[in-house]
Design a protein around this ligand. Structure first.
Ligand code: K1U
Ligand code: ZN
Length: 173
């Protein structure tokens, strides 16, 4: 397992729609392991493959907040939202590709998602609370959408400029 580099916005790869996974092989299993290790190391509660430069429909999540509780890592391949609640909730979201920037985003409070697991089995589950927010945020990444795309143009532009400055500073070392 290894920690992969997380792309920082703006990056054209974070704006692209990713391709479905066609087969579950050793490369995919390694990608899933690396994504989980990268997410826990960051630390974060989710990560999508394009954030590590892999343009495939894979996400990982673990929204168990209690540090004492057992970890609940999830790997979702080709996830699809198949139902959304009418009720919405607002959560102050962050993103590992937009470090230290947070904003309130309104989304459906509950969603039902189908996906293929690492053993190739089709799964279907309802998510609520932080899990629902996180799975929608991660599936958005697979469609080239960032949480700042839900904000007004001024706020989005302000965050983008901060990230451009951060990237210049990081490049200087
Ligand atoms: O996709 C990502 O960039 C990961 C992102 C997921 C997410 C956060 C908040 C709402 C929706 C989706 C993060 O994990 S940002 C870091 C974070 O939220 C966190 C970090 C440590 C402890 C708890 C949360
Ligand atoms: Zn994100």
């Amino acid at each position: 397992m290894s920690i992969r580099n997380i792309l920082i916005h703006p990056d054209p790869r974070l704006k692209k729609v990713t391709a479905p996974v066609a087969s579950i092989d050793d490369d995919l299993r390694r990608l899933a392991d690396d994504m989980l290790e990268t997410m826990y190391d960051a630390p974060g509660i989710g990560l999508a493959a394009p954030q590590v430069g892999v343009m495939r429909r894979v996400i990982v999540m673990d929204c168990e907040k209690d540090a004492e509780a057992t970890a609940q890592p999830m790997v979702l391949i080709n996830p699809e939202v198949i139902w959304t609640s009418e009720e919405t909730s607002v959560y102050e979201e962050g993103c590992l590709s937009i470090p230290e920037q947070y904003a309130e985003v309104q989304r459906p409070a509950g969603v039902e998602v189908s996906w293929t697991d690492l053993s190739g089995k089709l799964q279907r589950e309802r998510f609520d609370g932080l899990w629902a927010t996180c799975v929608q945020h991660e599936i958005d990444h697979l469609d080239g959408k960032l949480f700042i795309d839900y904000l007004g143009p001024l706020k989005r532009q302000m965050i983008t400029r901060k990230m451009q400055k951060l990237k210049r500073e990081m490049a200087r070392g």
